[in-house]
Ligand binder design. Structure first.
Ligand SMILES: [Zn+2]
Length: 229
């Protein structure tokens, strides 16, 4: 069932970290919209000590997966923040528990991650916000995303123009200024540019994740090799 609420859901997700040096206001409130087999949408928000993804899992289990018939279900999730490490773990475990679920997650912001695009900008622009996230937390959250990306029933990607349009359609939100809104510069970038940055940043996270795994295996082999010499 569709639920309303005072927040303009589309605006909230669309504007998250768009003016990304400006404020963390939108990122502090996670909002997600989900559909099951393209049904009507449901909105979930994070509440104190409970991330939106936790509620999503509970609702899916209760409403769809506890039912007698095990049918294949496609879950589309539109969310402003990418899942944190703990939620990535939860989502991964959930997918393992329910082989009938295929999940598509579209996000508008890399949550608590030191983004490569920001670090690259640092010489010419103020990107102080990068240091607000500890290196430990950034790596942990990145590894969580790498794990989800590895799952063959999970698609995780930043929004693109089509997925924004899909979200608008879903919400029956027919704002006529969408094309302009998508290209309009807010701070130093438009949503279109930000989505492209996010795609690049996610690629780097993937590559670093693979490198880290190879590094770990090599370390284990080196240790074993030394032991057996
Ligand atoms: Zn979380």
């Amino acid at each position: 069932m569709a639920t309303g609420g005072k927040v303009d859901v589309f605006e909230h997700i669309f504007r998250t970290e768009l003016d990304h040096r400006g404020s963390w206001k939108n990122a502090t409130r996670t909002i997600l919209i989900y559909t099951v087999n393209k049904s009507s949408w449901t909105k979930i928000q994070n509440v104190y000590l409970k991330h939106a993804e936790e509620t999503l899992i509970k609702q899916l289990e209760k409403e769809y997966l506890m039912k007698i018939e095990k049918i294949r279900i496609n879950v589309d999730v539109y969310i402003n923040n990418s899942p944190c490490a703990e939620c990535a773990d939860r989502l991964h475990a959930f997918l393992e528990n329910y082989p009938e679920v295929q999940m598509y997650i579209y996000f508008a912001n890399l949550y608590n991650i030191r983004r490569n695009s920001c670090i690259k900008n640092m010489t010419t622009k103020d990107e102080e916000h990068v240091w607000r996230v500890s290196n430990f937390k950034s790596i942990k959250n990145s590894m969580g995303l790498v794990m989800l990306l590895d799952h063959n029933r999970c698609t995780l990607q930043p929004f693109n123009k089509q997925t924004w349009v899909n979200l608008l359609d879903l919400l029956k939100d027919n704002r006529i200024d969408f094309n302009q809104m998508y290209q309009e510069i807010c701070g130093d970038r438009s949503r279109e540019e930000e989505d492209a940055y996010l795609r690049e940043d996610l690629e780097i996270i993937k590559k670093e994740g693979i490198a880290m795994k190879i590094g770990m295996y090599m370390m284990v082999y080196a240790l074993l090799f030394q032991t057996f010499l």
